[in-house]
Design a protein around this ligand. Structure first.
Ligand SMILES: Cc1cc2nc3c(=O)[nH]c(=O)nc-3n(C[C@H](O)[C@H](O)[C@H](O)COP(=O)(O)OP(=O)(O)OC[C@H]3O[C@@H](n4cnc5c(N)ncnc54)[C@H](O)[C@@H]3O)c2cc1C
Length: 457
């Protein structure tokens, strides 16, 4: 069926960059933008992907300025559970692929699905605002375009979040987003602040390459091994043929305890939450370095004083470099912040995807999950594509969904409690989310992603 022409009534001189008013715009050609472009392409929905960098791949392209990745970075979820549907990661890749392998995989995915033709590279989106029934996109070079709808796929790790402390530090202090190579630690006394997966990885680099390495932590975490019984941990605990579901939780506890034991022996605080209530920390290398005295643990920083750092327990050390592995702010900086706010008590992005106020505003990839995120990203992309398809071709179904999203109170966290931190604001319980997507597909007559043949031709 031909699409309506939504540009009727729009003066052509209003459009200075292009005249793509009938199309949707996706911001970002990282994994989320690529998954969305594939989903829209499969339904012949016209769209353009704006990418500020000269190439695709998002954070997995180390040449993309501002990427939070570093030379030693590897995937934290295994290749077995992390690929896109119909395009698995290859046998030749490592269980936990190096960042360069993920970059190659994303390029291969884009080429196999013929997605490059949709991407405008070196196109930095500076501002997007509603204009009548459309969205006005303004680029950093001053050009503009009107689009029918907007899919924000700009990633959630580009805006560093940094704490501050009383006092003045005379050494070097910067966010871990600026860290690339262990050579930066050579001959330096280094303090890493924060213990997410990046903090733990970078602390291991510091343990091996610095003059003296220290990590400052505010709370205790559960450390998970990358392999159990010879398999990546995310494979082992998802394979019912290997272990029955009902003993998995106990097995996880025992398996983790058998490998890591009581981490307070190594100077780490005891976890203040249950396993599963915080993003998993898949790193036993750090425990290895602690056990070998290559790095030491201190509590939260109390104040800075010249070249000294004083901690909450009153201890002090001299430091040359403080690296803040303290996370990121989740935002689409080109949009009015109020669009992502809560409206009273209601979160504006239903399922972390659909804006409750604007029917043509979507987010893909604005989530955290205790697993590889691509299976979640592509479900989000699938939902967006199906709903846009209805808006264009079956308006009555689209209206029914729009009424539904105002009243459905599904909690993407699946009712689970996660620790109270910025990182867990957008946390999604994958199993609950996928079950809910299946229910939505049934209700609105959409095929499930699993039932479709999405293999590239
Ligand atoms: C250290 C680290 C390890 C990780 N490990 C894993 C893992 O093991 N498994 C996993 O599944 N996930 C992992 N992740 C999560 C990671 O975020 C995803 O793999 C994935 O990169 C998210 O894709 P995205 O497209 O949403 O965002 P990104 O990869 O951030 O891509 C967003 C794209 O949007 C572009 N962009 C941003 N703003 C604009 C703008 N204004 N105009 C135009 N373009 C713009 C950027 O240039 C970028 O290309 C990890 C993340 C980090 C930081």
């Amino acid at each position: 069926m031909a699409l309506n022409n939504p540009s009727a009534g729009i003066e052509s001189e209003q459009i200075s960059h292009d005249s793509s008013v009938a199309s949707y715009c996706i911001v970002g050609a990282g994994p989320s933008g690529l998954a969305t472009s594939r989903a829209l392409s499969q339904l012949d929905i016209p769209h353009v992907v704006y990418e500020k960098h000269t190439d695709l791949g998002g954070i997995w392209d180390l040449d993309n300025p501002g990427t939070p990745l570093y030379e030693s970075a590897h995937f934290i979820s295994s290749k077995w559970t992390s690929g896109f549907t119909g395009f698995p990661m290859s046998e030749a890749m490592a269980d936990y692929p190096h960042h360069s392998e993920i970059r190659r995989y994303l390029n291969d995915f884009a080429d196999a699905c013929d997605l490059r033709r949709h991407i405008r590279f070196s196109t930095d989106v500076a501002r997007i605002e509603p204009e009548g029934a459309f969205w006005r996109v303004t680029f950093a070079d001053g050009g503009t375009a009107l689009h029918r709808g907007v899919i924000c796929a700009n990633g959630v790790t580009w805006l560093p979040s940094a704490p501050s402390w009383p006092g003045q530090f005379d050494g070097e202090i910067r966010h871990s987003a600026t860290y690339r190579s262990p050579s930066e630690f050579s001959g330096k006394r280094v303090l890493i602040v924060g213990l997410g997966n990046s903090g733990a990885d970078i602390a291991c680099d510091a343990a091996r390459h610095s003059e003296h390495a220290v990590i400052s932590v505010r709370r205790g975490y559960h450390f998970l091994p990358k392999h159990v019984y010879g398999w990546p941990i995310d494979v082992h605990f998802r394979r019912p043929e290997l272990i029955p579901t009902d003993v998995r939780a106990l097995d996880l506890r025992l398996g983790v305890f058998a490998v890591t034991g009581d981490v307070t022996r190594l100077g780490l605080p005891a976890p203040d939450h249950e396993l599963g209530q915080a993003h998993p920390l898949l790193n036993t290398q750090l425990l290895h370095h602690l056990a070998h005295g290559d790095i030491e643990v201190r509590p939260d920083i109390a104040r800075l004083d010249g070249q000294s750092v004083e901690f909450q327990d009153g201890s002090r050390i001299q430091v040359d470099l403080i690296l803040l592995a303290t996370g990121y702010r989740v935002q689409a900086p080109y949009l009015d912040a109020s669009l992502f706010d809560t409206n009273g008590q209601r979160v504006m992005q239903y399922l972390n995807v659909f804006n409750r106020q604007h029917h043509e505003l979507f987010t893909v990839g604005f989530a955290e999950v205790a697993a590889g995120i691509y299976p979640l990203i592509e479900q989000m992309a699938h939902l967006v594509a199906r709903h846009i398809n209805d808006r264009l071709r079956q308006p009555s179904v689209a209206r029914a969904f729009e009424a539904w999203k105002q009243s459905d109170d599904f909690d993407p966290k699946g009712g689970k409690r996660f620790i109270d931190s910025d990182r867990h604001t957008n946390y999604v319980d994958l199993a609950s989310y996928l079950s809910h997507v299946e229910r939505l597909c049934q209700r609105f007559g959409w095929p499930t992603l699993e039932s479709m043949d999405v293999r590239p031709a």
